[in-house]
Design a protein around this ligand. Structure first.
Ligand SMILES: Nc1ncnc2c1ncn2[C@@H]1O[C@H](COP(=O)(O)OP(=O)(O)OP(=O)(O)O)[C@@H](O)[C@H]1O
Length: 608
């Protein structure tokens, strides 16, 4: 019992230590006083008995707290209520939440900045009757297992970025079946929201969500927009083109849904079996990329210490790792959920087999019990997004036009290789954006994030994979989808605008808001209004204008009229002739960087 009580004190110490408390709300959490029940007088702490250091409830709502989820609460073993609502907490909800808060009855994390997935293990917190996760930045599916929480009555996941279907909570008359508990998640469907099973339902869902408004607005603007720079399609039937773009968005959406459905019907469980640590398929993956040992990865990241976290994405947390030789790696530790199994395999089976100067080198993988890791070469200049839109404007670094052109050139070169020259066949990336463009020490761009990639036409017969599709129709739609997304990237480089902010602040889906953004900036009468001010008047205006024309071509609503990446590359090369970008890119493929990659792989391979 005494150990338990000491643990409750340590629990609060750890919570205080892990949270940033700029408004000093926790100032009376003073651990010098050791009398029985002293912690029960801390603000926000309630005990089972006022004279016993045994914590019952922790209520830290509305205190302006920052930091990550305080995992130290696992030491408060008798805790039943945790309220962290209305703070500025970020990062993932721990995947082992059921161990941390096993006997909890009430968990309120609403109105924070939590991201990543809702961990499946919450379904093991079987005493929960209140679970509020609304107003965060959570992504992925609502784990269907939550339907097993039979005490749950107060539930909300509203205003996140969740997708897929609402779990089947049965016929209960409380917040579980209240539409408001799910509102503000554009891609959620299923009772009490719109059904999500068939195409018609998808269409209605999409339509109701603003397609009519978006379509009408776009149609009206389209008559005047692009007149000066993107005239080729003005005389065409705008309606059909917008509809085609809409349909291609629907196709993409359906592909994502199909994956979820197969996940829910258990097909992905098969995939999970395939990826079992010692399965034949895992050995096949090991033929493609080096299989690495958990203990070495753990050692290289100092036991995955928080100090080594580079960033947290939708699929997992990325750590910087240092090998004993001093070589640097980036290790993506996937969140503990089956949802990303397909991303994991796709990334391995595509990127794992591709080697090009403008693709990030995937060096290895690791599967350890339920955990999965992807290991890349470390790119010391991070991602393009952070350079173009630094979180702290004071630390903004200027990237000049020749460098932006070099980046555009490198990315288009990588895409041309994927579409036209790649040894596998025709590979489409489908998720090109500034966040997935990594920059090496000499700012050579490397395309990353192949979790959505697809192989359209295979040159090889040795590998049957889930991402393989052979159809002219899909090839046309998806190759041109890459071209479209590359056009958006060019516009981002030219204007300095952040397209993701537009998607967040708009009622439309991602693609709709991007298209609207393109319309909006093209509408401006003066070209100089839209160009990043830091680029204007430095002798590059004509080049910027020429690349803007290319961007406009790439984002044509009608995919047939978009150029191929090969055509795009040729124009960029011509425009950038005087900067000798071709030569600079080839110079980057120096013997030093190439050999170090081979050396790293060899070294890590021998570490198993
Ligand atoms: N090889 C690498 N070298 C250096 N930094 C990397 C590397 N790979 C990823 N990162 C960085 O790690 C962070 C997380 O990357 P990750 O790909 O998981 O997420 P993301 O690209 O930010 O978003 P999302 O998962 O939503 O696509 C990002 O800041 C990314 O730039």
């Amino acid at each position: 019992l005494s150990i338990c009580l000491v643990d409750d004190i340590n629990c609060l110490k750890s919570i205080k230590g892990s949270l940033d408390d700029p408004l000093d709300h926790l100032k009376n959490w003073n651990f010098n006083n050791n009398t029985e029940g002293f912690i029960c007088r801390f603000d926000g702490v309630e005990c089972w008995h006022s004279e016993e250091n045994k914590v019952l409830n922790i209520r830290l709502g509305n205190m302006g707290l920052k930091g990550q989820f305080p995992e130290g609460i696992k030491k408060c073993q008798s805790l039943t209520l945790l309220d962290l609502s209305n703070n500025e907490l970020s990062g993932p909800i721990p995947s082992n939440i059921s161990h941390i808060f096993r006997y909890g009855t009430s968990l309120d994390l609403s109105s924070n900045k939590f991201s990543g997935n809702i961990p499946e293990s919450i379904a093991n917190c079987s005493y929960l009757n209140k679970l509020r996760l609304d107003h965060n930045q959570l992504t992925g599916l609502i784990p269907p297992e939550l339907a097993l929480l039979n005490r749950l009555s107060n539930f909300s996941v509203a205003n996140n970025q969740l997708h897929g279907s609402v779990p089947d909570f049965g016929d209960v008359g409380n917040t579980l079946n209240d539409e408001r508990s799910y509102a503000g998640n554009t891609w959620l469907c299923g009772f009490p929201l719109e059904p999500c099973n068939d195409f018609k339902a998808d269409f209605t869902f999409f339509f109701k969500r603003g397609f009519i408004i978006g379509f009408t607005l776009s149609l009206v603007s389209a008559i005047t927009i692009f007149m000066s720079y993107c005239a080729p399609w003005v005389n065409r039937d705008q309606r059909n083109k917008l509809l085609r773009q809409f349909i291609s968005t629907l196709i993409l959406n359906r592909r994502i849904k199909n994956r979820e459905n197969s996940h829910q019907t258990g097909k992905l469980l098969h995939l999970q079996d395939l990826l079992h640590e010692n399965s034949k398929e895992t050995s096949m993956l090991a033929n493609l990329v080096t299989r690495m040992s958990y203990s070495d990865l753990s050692e290289a990241t100092n036991d995955f210490s928080a100090d080594n976290i580079i960033g947290v994405g939708q699929m997992g947390t990325t750590y910087k790792a240092t090998l004993p030789t001093g070589w640097l790696l980036a290790i993506k530790r996937l969140f503990d959920t089956q949802t990303f199994d397909e991303h994991f395999t796709t990334e391995l089976t595509t990127l794992g087999r591709l080697r090009h100067d403008n693709l990030v080198p995937l060096l290895g993988f690791c599967i350890e019990s339920k955990e999965k890791f992807l290991v890349y070469k470390y790119m010391s200049n991070g991602n393009l997004y952070d350079w173009l839109h630094p979180a702290d404007q004071g630390k903004a670094k200027f990237i000049d036009w020749p460098l932006r052109l070099k980046i555009a050139h490198g990315v288009s070169r990588g895409l041309v290789w994927l579409h036209h020259n790649c040894n596998l066949g025709v590979v489409v990336h489908l998720d090109i954006c500034s966040k997935c463009i990594l920059l090496d020490q000499s700012f050579e761009p490397k395309i990353s994030n192949f979790g959505e990639a697809m192989l359209m036409k295979s040159n090889q017969t040795d590998w049957t994979s889930s991402f393989y599709v052979d159809s002219e129709f899909w090839e046309l739609s998806f190759v041109k989808e890459d071209v479209y997304r590359f056009g958006i990237l060019l516009l981002e480089l030219i204007t300095g605008y952040d397209p993701t902010k537009l998607a967040e602040s708009s009622n439309y889906g991602d693609d709709q808001s991007l298209t609207k953004w393109v319309f909006d900036i093209s509408e401006r009468a003066d070209f100089y209004d839209i160009v990043d001010k830091s680029l204007v008047g430095r002798g590059f205006d004509l080049e910027i204008f020429q690349i803007f024309r290319v961007a406009c071509d790439c984002v044509q609503p009608n995919s047939d009229t978009r150029p191929t990446m090969l055509q795009v590359l040729k124009v960029i090369r011509t425009v950038g002739k005087r900067h000798d970008i071709k030569t600079s890119s080839e110079l980057t493929k120096s013997s030093v960087s190439e050999s170090s990659e081979a050396e790293i792989t060899e070294h890590v391979g021998t570490m198993i």
